[in-house]
Design a protein around this ligand. Structure first.
Ligand code: HEC
Length: 133
């Protein structure tokens, strides 16, 4: 019984450690720079940022497409009916016009390594930005 308790305790402690250490996981500088170069002109990750040409990307993974109330999306995004995943984002960044025809996003990235670096960055930084707000 005592032994069971300490195993459970260890699991809880580990779980808390894993949760609290998540925001501290710093994104690789190179990934961050690729986001800045490729996306930041049009997209912000800060909760209180002035609106840019594109919608805020804070905590984008898991968010339903085209659903920020304050952003005037194209019909293509308003009518899309799925939530962002890494796979969807990869296809989207490869060719937004092919993925959701009629979108306003004028950007394409044909290099798979750049796409995955940016996706990796969004998976860390988007969560971290949310923690701070
Ligand atoms: C030239 C400006 C521009 C650049 C550069 C750009 N985007 Fe966009 N992005 C937009 C616009 C405009 C929209 C809204 C599209 C619409 O409503 O059809 C958008 C929409 C999106 C969405 C959908 C968000 C939602 O709320 O569903 C994602 C995800 C996205 N962009 C990711 C990126 C990423 C990642 C990069 C960099 C690799 C990038 N964008 C580069 C302008 C841009």
């Amino acid at each position: 019984m005592v032994r069971l308790y300490s195993v459970a305790h260890a699991v809880v402690v580990l779980g808390v450690f894993a949760l609290t250490s998540l925001p501290a996981a710093a994104p690789a500088a190179a990934d961050e720079e690729l986001f800045h170069k490729n996306c930041q002109t049009c997209h912000s990750l800060a909760a209180d940022a002035v609106r840019r040409a594109g919608p805020n990307l804070q905590q984008i993974f898991g968010r339903a497409v085209g659903t920020l109330a304050e952003f005037p999306y194209s019909d293509a995004l308003k009518q899309a009916d799925f939530a962002w995943t890494a796979e969807a984002m990869d296809a989207w960044l490869t060719n937004p016009q092919a993925y959701l025809p009629g979108t306003y996003m004028m950007y394409r990235q044909s290099d798979p390594e750049i796409r995955s670096a940016i996706i990796r960055y969004l998976q860390t930084a988007a969560g971290a930005a949310a923690q701070q707000s």
